[in-house]
Ligand binder design. Structure first.
Ligand code: DGY
Length: 320
């Protein structure tokens, strides 16, 4: 009987998939499992279903000799040492696609929220400061008709792009490799190099994975290229932005605002950001809808079930 460990409570539907191939143990506590405890839990297991906040390091993989598959419940997998997993013959899977729409919806909530100062305005009302309509109260910026820049036109970036149609935006994108013309036309998106995209767009949203190449993709120099009335939105991974440099730009009014769902040293946040009004700060909730989290857990469970029953995983990160 295979032994499977799940690092967080997940839907019954996902558990049932896992139970069809093995004995399942679930970490029921709210506290995040990492380090020594994570190792203790998985060192005798055949499979583990992880969340994106569980760090499966080389050290852990080395000490879990029975481990065959890590089913990560997330599209990002920078929390797993992929090279080590490959070296030890452990298959890693992720959950692409099922979270595209939830993440794209949140991105739009953030674009609109920061442009129209929704969080600031809500706070103002709650603090009892609303004394009636005023001509200059919480003036924000238009989204409709503006230029949207998408960094990373992958699955989530495309879902964001499609939603821009309703706002009649001109859409530009930056990818390492431009898409074929037919795809650009279907999406109504035009390729720009990163510098031009940063210089010209009003709303710049990041949907690229974190890897060695993308670390600090948006650093001080890149922020310097942005317009004074432009906004930066990030629902991908925090380390793509130099957070300290972003804080300084926001504090000095060098860009209009930012909306962040992820942080460079998550869950820590550059302290000064907390005191600024021109930044919206969310606690990594891009995929946090009931439907999406259920779909993610089911996909992670199916990947594990497939591997343990000798089939190909549905969405592998490595060939194993
Ligand atoms: C992911 O899937 O990578 C998200 O960040 C977690 O919801």
């Amino acid at each position: 009987m295979y032994k499977i460990f799940v690092t967080s409570k997940v839907s019954d539907s996902a558990l049932n998939i896992l139970k069809s191939v093995g004995e399942v143990e679930v970490w029921e506590k709210e506290e995040t499992l990492n380090g020594k405890t994570l190792l203790e839990k998985i060192k005798e297991k055949d499979a583990v279903l992880t969340m994106v906040n569980n760090f499966v390091t080389d050290d852990i993989i080395q000490q879990a000799p029975k481990l065959k598959v890590i089913g990560n419940c997330g599209v990002g997998y920078n929390n797993i040492d992929i090279a080590s997993a490959e070296k030890h013959g452990v298959i890693v899977t992720n959950t692409p696609d099922v979270l595209n729409d939830a993440t794209a919806d949140l991105t739009w909530a953030m674009i609109l929220g920061i442009a129209r100062r929704i969080v600031e305005a809500d706070k103002f009302v709650r603090e009892g400061k609303f004394t009636g309509w005023l001509p200059h109260l919480f003036i924000g910026n238009m989204v409709y008709g503006k230029k949207l820049g998408i960094i990373g036109l992958g699955r989530i970036g495309r879902a964001v792009c499609k939603r821009a149609k309703g706002f009649k935006m001109e859409v530009y994108y930056y990818n390492r490799n431009p898409l074929p013309k037919a795809q650009e036309e279907a999406l109504n998106a035009t390729y720009k190099n990163l510098e031009d995209l940063l210089r010209e767009c009003d709303y710049i949203t990041i949907h690229a994975p974190l890897n060695e190449d993308s670390h600090h993709l948006i650093g001080r120099d890149e922020l310097n290229l942005m317009k004074k009335d432009a906004y930066l939105i990030n629902t991908s991974r925090g380390p793509l932005i130099d957070e300290q440099a972003l804080y300084e730009h926001l504090k000095d009014g060098k860009i209009a605002g930012a909306a962040l769902d992820v942080y460079e040293h998550e869950p820590e946040i550059v302290e000064g950001l907390l005191g600024l009004d021109n930044v919206m700060l969310l606690p990594h909730i891009g995929s946090a809808t009931y439907e999406t989290r259920t779909n993610m857990a089911e996909l992670a469970a199916k990947n594990i079930a497939n591997v343990l029953s000798g089939k190909e995983p549905l969405t592998p990160v490595t060939k194993g």
